[in-house]
Unconditional design. Structure first.
Lengths: 643, 104, 492
């Protein structure tokens, strides 16, 4: 059985780090803050590995299928007799995989930041925020209750906000952090309504019960839920779709992706941790967590998820080809790869061989975490060296940053799907799943993988080859051991993670899945990948005129992609022009002038009335006489003629 | 010579009354206003007497009231003039406008 | 525990403050008094929980009943249930923090503290009274001193605001008194809440009285469109005044709406529930949008209060047990949060002498403590888990969702939409004040919070965090009370 205390410690240790460093970091720890944070995370990471080992190889498998365990659970808030927010620990294949990914990448980032963030004034604060993030992400992963996941969902959102805005004196960082928070918040609004719908339909908030009640055909909850509909679409479909919107916001799926590229304003290790490896895949995790509901009860939503994923994948890949900020290229690449994971889920079915997409998605999540974190950390080293994010300031760095160069190359090969690196295996599985269930998505994915190889190597050649680099000023080199060690470890992951027989560990129904390797099937994607690499080599290996000519000949398309297809402008238009000017301003005007005006008018009427009455009492005896006289006359007339 | 009837007397009393009213509202001198009030009161007195004589000749109520009114009028004139004198002392004027200050 | 202690402590404090010889003495006495009140309130919580876990199931505990005017059935009847206990705790926390942040008031210090303590007395009395007459008496006690607080120690167009605030609240009082008389005459010539709760009042009569009661208390709790005293009143009031106003006064209204209007007139509540829902949904969204356009920090918080209190009223209109628990939670959460927000605004204003967000920037660099608190309170306001706002809002949403008509659903969704708008204005305000480069060079010289300000912030933060991290205790306190109200609505 799982050891509840060990598992509980995995999220709690980073939280302890957050409290310790957040409250006392500046006063007592100063430069040792990083070491404390790292040490806590190291323990956490070791515990996660131990949990994973125990689960997969000791107790997890019962009757040939991996089971779900809830080693600890308590009621946090009782809403009503049936609905309550429970806090607990959920141990099942995906959560265990995520535990490993999150703690491992987080540990790498902690170590790397020791070098990268050295000398920052708010060094302890940085580590406390990292601790908060790790805690929230682990809590999210371990959630047993859909509201628990929402709670940690919000917490990762805020840690992301804090870390993006870490350089708070930079206006662009502030704007980016706000944007990230608000866009994901908008998606969370959908998520919340989705939760309300699903919980109302199933009368529970617990994942296990919810899935069980909503997927058992003929269950009473399913029958009552079938009775509700809105705009001709059943309530469950709405619920599932809204929950997915929450996931899409966090995972930067089109069209809610606009925050991710801007989020690159944060420190680079943060981008590696939050905006590449862990938080942004929370949406994938959420869909995987509720996968039986999506697959069995609302297949139409799942199909939609597939399309959203596919569109995001190719959309982001196209934009990535035109960006010149290396972190933005990586951000779009992340979005594209998450699109892969999403549509892998979208094309999957529940159970058995049909569930290949599910396995592939989690597999890709795992390998992607390795090589994308590596790419970001490599980019971090580059930025650390040249003090710029722009490609034009780089080139020819291979001699100056040898370790970064090699590891970056490994990661690029991995993401391009070159065998036998990690990305190859996971991408093959995804493509296979897509091929079996949705040919259209398969072809989109195939094209995307070619584009992926192209833009990654465009990046690689632009940084490390292209033009010769002329070092100027003082340089810190590669930042020493603390910055190269994570690169090596992650590179090892990117090299070998593909050989893990993932299908035997993670599958949609817990039963091991044998993955078959089809050599003939791999030819097309690998060939496309190599073609992409070759194209990038021709264009960017040394400085030449060709890229300029090609972009000029593409004309409008290139400009549009360069401007990210004007999605940002559209959002700006909607918020600035429509919301602020057409809703906010009139509402404020209405409040000041109409509502408040009414109150003031009431006051003024009273005032002018009393002003009028005051005039009557003039002190003029004769005026009073007139009042008396007229009153007498009026009364006499009344008495005589009326009564 | 014709015996004066009720209507004649009422006519005179009405005339007296309105002369009094007119005086009260138009004069700015407080003494004149006081005098006008006396006119009004006297017109009422006339009415009382006339009604008594012509409508209830056997009774004395009207006469009593008249005496009563005359007494009150005398007292009122005394008080009124006292007020006016005080007003004159403080404002050096017996214009009605100077009495406006009393409202404060 | 004797509830009279809760009245005695502020009364004695008020007297002691008046006798104080110099400003320093006055301050310390006020602080000591408010700390004693806080201890009493905590003691009450402990005693209450002990009684309940000891199997005491009576609706009201620690009851006392003294006749005041027997002929009219006016009794000094006091007692508490979980709802009142939590409200008293809120009051004690806010008042203590209020005393601490007003430490540097130099103008008529003695009178200032006297009035502040008087307000507290009114609030305590209000929350423990079980007789409408006594309740109304204490309600008035907590209104009138506000006029002086704003008029004397306020800023900006303070006379206008003081007049507006007190007149609007008095209008509310006027409506309440009409409702009270209605209850008295229709409910068998009694002012006692416990007795009225069992009186049989016909539906027509309930429908007649309910609007008076609800609108009357609604004015206090900024029911749309009777909310305009809120922004002006808050922005002119001194810091502690704003804290009290938003933290407690608005809760007097909410508590009254629930305890008096809904509890005593359940049929009326059902009749008008939909109107309440419409008005409060408007208030929530409209308040949020108006807030988005504000530039003055106090106005931002004032309008956001309108929006947040709208959640309470919405939940009251939903009439389900979870929703009503949520309404109460929202009141308490909002009380703590908004008091802290005003405290922080006051601290910033004391230093920068401006409340305009455009004139600030990068304050994080110069006053880390204050801006951290500002961050926390902002995050609480936008409903971040771990802070009280989240717990309350989620309870409201879940409770509202229990009604399964399309009308209720739409209202809930509209209300939930405000969490996005709230995020927009809160982040905008925080981003402009705390983050970014320091725009005003003079601000670089500013000092961070002093001990009293830190203590005030910590006291309120403790409340916010204790609800946010472990909401169970508050839920346990409020649920039985809510259940009784809901049972009465259901006619059980």
């Amino acid at each position: 059985m799982p050891n509840a205390i060990n598992i509980a410690l995995i999220p709690l240790l980073p939280f302890a780090g957050f409290l310790l460093l957040g409250l006392f970091g500046k006063k007592f720890f100063g430069k040792t803050a990083g070491l404390i944070g790292t040490a806590l995370l190291l323990v956490s990471c070791l515990l996660a590995f131990q949990t994973a080992y125990d689960y997969f190889f000791v107790y997890g498998k019962v009757n040939g299928a991996y089971q779900q365990f809830v080693p600890m659970q308590f009621v946090w808030l009782q809403f009503s007799k049936t609905l309550s927010i429970d806090m607990g620990l959920m141990i099942d294949p995906i959560s265990v995989v995520m535990l490993v990914v999150v703690t491992f990448v987080s540990l790498m980032v902690h170590i790397y930041s020791l070098g990268y963030m050295k000398g920052e004034a708010r060094f302890p604060v940085y580590y406390s925020f990292l601790g908060l993030f790790s805690f929230s992400m682990l809590g999210l992963v371990l959630a047993t209750n859909i509201f628990q996941i929402y709670i940690f969902w919000e917490l990762v959102g805020v840690s992301s906000f804090l870390l993006i805005g870490f350089y708070y004196e930079k206006p662009s960082a502030v704007a980016a952090s706000k944007k990230a928070f608000i866009v994901t918040r908008f998606a969370d609004f959908g998520f919340l309504i989705g939760i309300l719908i699903l919980s109302y339909c199933s009368n529970t908030l617990s994942f296990a019960e919810l899935i069980q009640r909503l997927t058992t055909p003929g269950s009473s909850e399913l029958q009552t839920a079938a009775g509700y509909s809105f705009l001709g679409i059943s309530a469950l479909t709405w619920g599932a779709a809204l929950v997915f919107i929450g996931g899409a916001g966090k995972s930067a799926m089109f069209p809610l992706h606009i925050w991710l590229p801007d989020a690159m304003e944060g420190p680079t290790p943060v981008s590696a941790l939050i905006h590449a490896a862990t938080m942004v895949v929370a949406g994938v995790y959420l869909v995987a967590r509720l996968f039986p509901v999506f697959a069995l009860t609302t297949p139409e939503v799942l199909e939609g998820i597939g399309w959203v994923g596919a569109v995001s994948a190719i959309f982001a890949a196209v934009i990535a080809c035109t960006q010149t900020d290396i972190k933005r290229v990586l951000a779009y690449s992340t979005m594209s790869q998450i699109g892969y994971m999403m549509f892998a889920l979208g094309v999957s079915k529940y159970g058995g061989e049909e569930g290949l997409g599910y396995t592939a998605s989690i597999f890709h999540l795992f390998t992607h975490a390795m090589f994308k974190a590596l790419l970001f950390l490599g980019a971090g080293s580059v930025i650390h060296y040249v003090h710029s994010n722009e490609m034009k300031d780089m080139g020819g760095l291979r001699k100056f940053l040898p370790v970064t160069h090699i590891t970056f190359l490994i990661a690029c090969l991995a993401i391009a799907g070159v065998p036998p690196l990690a990305g190859f295996f996971s991408k093959e599985e995804i493509l296979l799943a897509a091929y079996q269930h949705n040919q259209a998505i398969y072809y989109i994915a195939l094209i995307t993988s070619g584009i992926t190889a192209f833009y990654m190597f465009r990046l690689y050649f632009n940084i490390f080859w292209s033009k010769p680099y002329h070092p100027h000023g003082e340089h810190q080199g590669e930042g020493g051991f603390v910055m190269t060690l994570p690169l090596f470890l992650l590179a090892a992951g990117a090299l070998f993670a593909g050989f893990i027989p993932f299908g035997t560990l993670v599958s949609s129904d817990g039963k091991p899945l044998e993955s078959h390797f089809h050599l003939s099937f791999s030819i097309a994607p690998v060939a496309l990948g190599l073609a992409g690499i070759a194209a990038a080599m021709v264009l960017y290996k040394s400085q030449n005129e060709r890229p300029g000519r090609i972009s000029a000949s593409l004309g409008g398309l290139y400009t549009a992609a360069c401007h990210k297809f004007y999605i940002d402008e559209l959002y700006l238009f909607v918020t600035r022009k429509v919301l602020f000017n057409l809703v906010g301003r009139p509402a404020a005007w209405f409040d000041r002038n109409v509502v408040d005006g009414l109150v003031n008018v009431t006051g003024n009427i009273t005032l002018s009335l009393s002003e009028g009455i005051r005039k009557m009492q003039s002190g003029k005896v004769q005026q009073y006489g007139i009042y008396v006289l007229s009153a007498v006359i009026v009364l006499s007339v009344l008495f005589i003629y009326v009564w | 010579m014709m015996e004066p009837g009720l209507y004649h007397i009422l006519f005179i009393s009405a005339a007296l009354f309105f002369i009094g009213i007119y005086g009260f509202f138009t004069r700015r001198n407080l003494i004149t206003m006081l005098m006008s009030t006396e006119l009004i009161l006297n017109s009422v007195n006339l009415n009382f007497i006339a009604f008594n004589k012509y409508l209830w000749p056997g009774k004395m109520d009207g006469l009593f009231f008249t005496v009563f009114v005359i007494a009150i009028a005398a007292a009122e004139a005394a008080v009124g003039i006292a007020i006016i004198i005080n007003l004159y002392r403080s404002h050096q004027s017996i214009d009605v406008a100077s009495a406006e200050d009393l409202k404060y | 525990m004797n509830l009279l202690l809760l009245l005695g402590a502020p009364l004695l404090t008020a007297v002691a403050v008046l006798l104080g010889r110099n400003k320093q003495q006055v301050r310390w006495m006020a602080l000591a008094g408010s700390v004693v009140q806080l201890l009493f309130a905590l003691g009450l919580l402990v005693a209450f929980r002990a009684e309940r876990s000891g199997g005491q199931t009576a609706q009201m505990l620690f009851e006392q009943n003294f006749p005041l005017i027997d002929a009219l059935n006016i009794h000094f009847h006091i007692g508490v249930d979980g709802i009142s206990v939590s409200m008293i705790l809120l009051t004690a926390l806010v008042v203590t923090a209020g005393v601490l942040v007003s430490w540097n008031i130099e103008k008529m210090t003695k009178e200032f503290y006297f009035l502040l303590i008087l307000l507290a007395l009114g609030a305590y009395g209000f929350f423990i009274s079980l007789n409408l007459f006594v309740l109304f008496f204490f309600l008035e006690i907590s209104v009138v001193p506000k006029y002086l607080l704003i008029g004397i120690w306020g800023s900006g167009k303070k006379e206008y605001s003081a007049n507006k605030l007190v007149l609007m609240l008095m209008m509310g009082s006027g409506l309440i008194i009409v409702g009270m008389l209605g209850l008295y005459f229709f409910g068998g010539h009694d002012f006692d809440i416990m007795n009225l709760a069992t009186a049989q009042i016909s539906t027509d009569r309930q429908n007649l009285i309910f609007p008076f009661m609800f609108l009357g208390f609604g004015v206090f709790t900024a029911l749309f469109p009777l909310h305009t005293w809120v922004p002006d009143g808050h922005s002119s009031a001194p810091t502690a005044g704003s804290m009290f106003l938003a933290g407690i006064s608005m809760k007097l209204g909410g508590y009254g709406c629930l305890r008096v209007a809904v509890y005593l007139l359940p049929e009326g509540a059902k009749e008008y529930a939909n109107i309440i829902i419409v008005l409060s949904s408007i208030a929530i969204l409209y308040g949020a949008f108006v807030t988005m356009m504000q530039k003055d920090l106090k106005y931002i918080n004032a309008y956001s209060s309108v929006s947040h209190v709208g959640f309470s009223l919405l939940a009251i209109g939903m009439l389900t047990q979870t929703a009503i628990t949520g309404a109460l939670m929202q009141m308490i959460s909002h009380g703590l949060m908004t008091a802290l927000f005003f405290a922080v605004i006051g601290m910033i204003y004391d230093r920068t002498h401006t409340r305009m967000v455009d004139e600030m920037g990068g304050l994080m660099k110069v006053m880390p403590f204050i801006t951290t608190v500002l961050f926390l309170v902002g995050l609480c306001s936008l409903g971040l888990p771990g802070l009280s706002g989240f717990v309350a809002e989620m309870t409201v949403f879940v409770g509202s969702w229990e009604n399964d008509t399309a009308f209720h659903r739409v209202a809930t969704i509209a209300a939930a939409m405000s969490i996005v708008v709230t995020a927009v204005y809160i982040l905008r305000a925080i981003g402009k004040t705390a983050m970014g480069p320091v725009t005003n060079a003079e601000h670089l010289e500013l000092k961070d919070a002093s001990w009293n300000e830190k203590l005030a912030a910590i006291i309120l933060l403790a409340g916010i965090l204790s609800i946010g991290l472990a909401p169970g205790w508050l839920n346990d306190l409020l649920t039985p009370g809510a259940e009784i109200i809901v049972n009465r609505i259901a006619g059980k």
